[in-house]
Write a protein that binds this ligand. Structure first.
Ligand code: GLY
Length: 334
């Protein structure tokens, strides 16, 4: 475990975050912090570290290996690729649930320590949207490519088209068509998105987010996951956050950006996630009880946390040879 007591001074100097550090130090973590001291004590936070929404242990381990080798962005990309490539995962990449027309469309974004960002939305026939998003970030002057343009870009970069609708997702879709009732489901199959954040040994932070979006969404619907500030936000001087759940609620509060801004004001990651969830609830008083939104956050000291509206949201933290799945605190009781 790396002791951050000396590095903390280095971060503060390098990142010119004296006022932020002071406010974090002054912050009394006396809110409902149910996780271990590890998460709240800057001196004992273990870095490098990877955190992701939902129980994604194998994916975090893949990510951590690259991060430990100093390949922070590769870690985010490869960790998320592992979920995208899994046909049994019906919320992300290959095997994702289709829209109401039976078409699988994928959304993803990535953001790095240099404040660069890349995103694709409404991408068809390519199973690794996070990799395409990374190339948008690294090789184009743009941040977001959508639909046919995103597909053409991916093909130009050598990605191969494939049918993303697996037999399992197709048969569930055909079953759904019998009633075609559209109702958001809370904590669908334990997750609906992979959001992943990582901090390396230097204290640099990056993140990514990938999803097939809401199952049986309207054709053309894009959620929060490819939108910088909504599904993901990274500010390397402060920290990062990513979202899961009902994208429409995350979009209208720019929840990941908001979470990072709360950390900028001195909140711990858990406090910041909770404050962002409370904003969502305040703005959606009529509907929030039937919806799930969850955030995870990671700060510059390697502290982490999560919070959600509904119980049942979990997140996974991986460092050294440890994998820990946390039950996030929630606004509504179990
Ligand atoms: N959070 C994923 C979505 O709403 O598309």
């Amino acid at each position: 475990m790396k002791d951050l007591s000396t590095d903390r001074r280095r971060f503060i100097k390098q990142a010119s975050m004296g006022t932020i550090a002071a406010s974090i130090a002054a912050c009394t973590p006396n809110t409902e912090v149910l996780q271990s001291e590890l998460t709240e004590d800057p001196k004992s936070s273990p870095i490098p570290l990877v955190i992701s929404t939902w129980p994604h242990i194998a994916d975090n381990q893949i990510a951590l290996l690259a991060v430990q080798e100093g390949r922070l962005l590769d870690g985010i990309e490869k960790g998320i690729n592992n979920v995208e490539n899994n046909p049994k995962d019906q919320s992300v990449g290959l095997g994702g649930r289709p829209d109401r027309s039976g078409i699988v469309t994928l959304d993803a974004c990535i953001m790095d320590r240099k404040h660069r960002a890349g995103s694709v939305c409404y991408l068809k026939d390519i199973k690794n949207p996070i990799s395409v998003a990374r190339l948008v970030m690294e090789e184009t002057p743009h941040v977001i490519l959508a639909g046919d343009g995103a597909l053409q870009f991916a093909l130009d970069k050598g990605f191969k088209k494939e049918n993303l609708l697996t037999d399992q997702s197709k048969s569930e879709y055909l079953e759904w068509l019998k009633t075609a009732e559209y109702k958001p489901q809370i904590n669908v199959e334990l997750h609906d998105t992979i959001g992943m954040l990582a901090i390396d040994e230097r204290g640099d932070i990056s993140g990514g987010c990938s999803t097939s979006g809401l199952g049986y969404k309207m054709q053309g619907r894009v959620g929060d996951s490819p939108i910088i500030g909504a599904g993901l936000f990274v500010d390397n001087e402060i920290g990062a956050a990513t979202a899961t759940g009902m994208g429409e609620l995350v979009l209208t509060t720019l929840g990941s950006f908001l979470t990072v801004e709360f950390m900028r004001q001195g909140m711990t990651p858990t406090e910041a996630c909770k404050a962002a969830v409370m904003r969502t609830i305040e703005k959606n008083k009529e509907t929030y009880k039937d919806m799930q939104v969850g955030y995870i956050a990671l700060d510059k000291f390697g502290r982490f946390g999560g919070y959600s509206i509904q119980p049942g949201f979990q997140y996974t933290v991986t460092y050294q040879d440890h994998n820990k799945v946390f039950d996030a605190q929630s606004y509504l009781p179990k």
